[in-house]
Design a protein around this ligand. Structure first.
Ligand SMILES: Cc1ncc(COP(=O)(O)O)c(C=O)c1O
Length: 472
């Protein structure tokens, strides 16, 4: 059945409301499943873009000749996967995504320069240790055997895997040896391989923290897993809720929950590990910014407490630069075979970059860089928090002194309006909304403090605070 979808309804003057869109419902696949697939494809290929308002469930049901409850269920599932944002009494909208959509004809928007950018996600890329990287790169070019430039071990260069095993055990208390480490082109790629491996081992469902990073949810859903949200409280993911679910694995961010900033308490860590061990389930630990703790020594990784049940994930994206596209997993022995079989020759990243990073770690340059970056981030974070205190209607969500972002919340905030108006003034903001699975439970902003260049940081803070103060 091909149905033209008309209807925009109530959103004129906001952003685009979808007026014309072809969605297919193939009853042989199941109405709900095929509607979900059709919507995913429309978002994936750029026919629907961030901010687009979808037709109301009633209008779409009428147009497609299916029941409204089917449309509601499909919208809810896509919201859980991070494709849509749904809110009581409002049209569902396409969620913003940090993955650049394929440019589609007539849609290309030139990247606008954002002078006062408080969006989260990247480190201060200007701090990248260029000179040290160049030294390591020269050393690799000078010393590496010719064979190093051949097809390597697609699980990752043994040289880097050995360096990471000792770095991670020293810095993050991870229990690792060369055989356990795998290298990927970024954590998101690693997650999608993990999703494939879980599916291949017969799992159908995976739990994830709510709120969480929507691209991670998308990577898991893309592997064919049903992604089940589990609430987070002041201690971390609520294991009591996890206990009631039939899931094969859970993905968590224990050292600094993304995006709330909660650090998982020792009691909760013990509970979570007991859950995994008692039911034979896997924990995927996303330790994306574990090196950045400011008030005390970083808390060790969860993996160190249960190397048999925890699949540890780390990345160079926060410590060095996202552009490197280097991330790693430390995988329990029991999970390695299925992961290796399903990943097979699809894995593999540049051996030359891997050897360069290995050399950088070996020389102590990564440690030195992280120490220097930590000092910069600590100062910036403190300045941001001090200035935000002037904005009386905002409060900080979980004041863990860690990471590269601060999450602030306020009741009944029109996030999208706040973000859009700020953009007109050159201030980059990102709302808490897209991090929720399903209906957002709290409105707020996830403020990164890494992007404004050093010489403009104070000015950026002043503009941010003035803007936020004036907006209410
Ligand atoms: C929660 C979280 N996990 C992981 C990553 C890193 O992913 P990648 O290694 O693909 O850059 C990020 C980066 O933004 C993140 O915010």
């Amino acid at each position: 059945v091909l149905a033209p979808v008309r209807q925009g309804g109530g959103w004129a003057g906001y952003r685009r409301a979808v007026r014309d869109l072809l969605l297919t419902v193939d009853p042989t696949l199941g109405r709900r499943a095929s509607l979900e697939r059709s919507l995913r494809e429309a978002i994936g290929d750029g026919r629907l873009v961030a901010g687009d308002a979808l037709p109301s469930t009633r209008a779409l049901a009428d147009d497609l000749g299916i029941s409204r409850s089917t449309v509601v269920a499909a919208y809810e599932q896509l919201a859980i996967e991070g494709y849509l944002i749904t809110r009581q009494g409002a049209l569902a909208r396409v969620a913003p995504t940090r993955l650049p959509a394929e440019p589609s004809p007539g849609r290309a928007k030139p990247g606008r320069f954002v002078p006062y950018d408080f969006r989260p996600g990247s480190p201060a890329v200007g701090l990248f240790p260029r000179a040290a990287w160049l030294r390591s790169s020269r050393a690799v070019m000078r010393d590496a055997a010719d064979e190093a430039f051949d097809y390597g071990d697609w699980r990752g260069s043994p040289v880097l895997r050995a360096q990471l095993a000792s770095y991670l055990s020293r810095v993050r208390a991870v229990a690792a040896d060369v055989g356990a480490v795998r290298i990927y082109g970024g954590f998101f790629a690693a997650v999608s391989f993990l999703g494939d491996a879980l599916r291949a081992s017969g799992e159908r469902r995976i739990a994830i923290e709510n709120p969480s990073l929507h691209v991670v949810r998308q990577a898991l859903a893309g592997a064919g897993l049903e992604v089940v949200p589990v609430p987070v409280d002041a201690g971390g993911i609520v294991v009591e809720v996890l206990e009631t679910l039939d899931v094969g694995a859970v993905l968590v961010t224990p050292s600094h929950q993304y995006p709330t900033g909660v650090a998982m308490t020792p009691e909760r860590r013990v509970e979570l590990i007991a859950w995994a061990r008692n039911h034979g389930r896997w924990i995927i630990e996303d330790d994306y910014d574990g090196e950045f703790r400011y008030d005390r020594q970083p808390v060790g990784a969860l993996q160190g407490l249960a190397p048999d049940r925890v699949i540890y994930g780390g990345t160079a994206s926060k410590t060095l630069a996202p552009g490197l596209r280097l991330a790693w997993l430390v995988v329990p022995a029991e999970f390695r075979r299925i992961l290796d079989e399903t990943t097979n020759f699809r894995g593999g990243v540049s051996v030359i970059e891997q050897l360069t990073l290995a050399d950088l770690i070996d020389r102590g340059e990564l440690d030195r860089h992280v120490r220097a970056a930590r000092a910069v981030y600590r100062t910036r974070r403190e300045a941001l928090i001090e200035r935000l205190a002037e904005v009386v209607w905002l409060r900080q969500l979980a004041p863990t002194s860690a990471g590269l972002h601060v999450t602030v919340v306020a009741d009944e905030l029109d996030e999208q309006m706040l973000v859009d108006r700020a953009a007109e003034l050159g201030i980059g903001l990102f709302g808490l909304g897209p991090h929720w699975s399903g209906t957002p439970q709290q409105s707020g902003l996830v403020l990164g403090f890494t992007r404004p260049p050093r010489h403009r940081f104070d000015e950026a803070l002043t503009r941010l605070v003035r803007y936020l103060t004036d907006e209410r």
